[in-house]
Design a protein around this ligand. Sequence first.
Ligand code: SF4
Length: 346
Amino acid sequence: MDKDLKNKTLIELQDLTLQLGQKKYLAKYIFSFIHEKNADDISKISSLGKDFRNQLSQQGYYISQLKTVKTFKDPDGTVKFLFELADKKRIETVLLFDGKRRTLCVSTQVGCAMNCSFCATAKLKLDRNLTAAEIADQVNAVCKQRYKITNIVFMGMGEPLQNYDNLIRSIEILNHPAGKNIGIRHLTVSTCGIVPQITKLANEQTNPILAISLNAPDNDIRNKIMPVNKKYPLEKLFKVLENYQYKTKQRITFEYVLIKSLNDAPKDAQRLAKKLKNFRCNVNLIEYNPHPGCKLKASDTETIETFAQYLRKAGIETTIRLKKGQKIKAACGQLGAGWLKGKQKP
Ligand code: SF4
């Protein structure tokens, strides 16, 4: 039985308090202490009463916490956190600043199995899924360092929809008013396109914003850089996305990493615009960020601008995502890149 109180939703904590012969309302104190006040020690939940706190500790309940190994600061303001988990495995989390918006890019797995060729995390392979506590605790750990977070993107290391149950549990925890209270429209799940899980997500009671790592206007190009496309080609992906949009009434974000001479020609922009014409969506164009052992090259600025203009002319809202955190290897596709040389941990 899972004894980590940080891993439990409020409803589960209510069941637990009742099972332990305590009043149900005490669960809310536990939940708030952990997720609003960032407490990591049962003895500090003063509103519980000493006997109940002792009872929890004696029965082996505990509150897990990530260890911050190192914090890296880029001159552009981006901050990257290197966290160590209880089993000594490591993950990275990135805080991005954009006006008043403070977006935390959290990891959902140690490594990743999806093998996208433009991504450093892929080279680490999948080690394991993070628990919901480990996902949510990236937010707590950053808040403890006195940063205020307005938005969360599940876009760090790992494919969130491959760790579905823990992702949903962490969303429930982060979204709850008694905890961090981060609105569902401020939570974005980014996926490479795991079709059945997108259908499942559409059927959840609350639906986060969906971002699709698309990166190609057709199956031929996508197959070259994203193995997932062989299993879930664009026709299948777009079908479930239409359903997601129909059910949630939300805009969908499409991410598109521009890679020199691969997916960055004007005709690619035109074909992309045609593919996306039935969606209420926006496209984020991302400059490819190099990492060791990958031969792909970034498109030049002029090519990116031209690509954006084609999309805008076709009526698609398009943003060019500025390179952020590149100096500290915190930019898109770079997480874990610092560990690749000789596969050393930093
Ligand atoms: S881009 Fe995302 S899904 Fe693809 S390998 Fe990297 S972390 Fe995994």
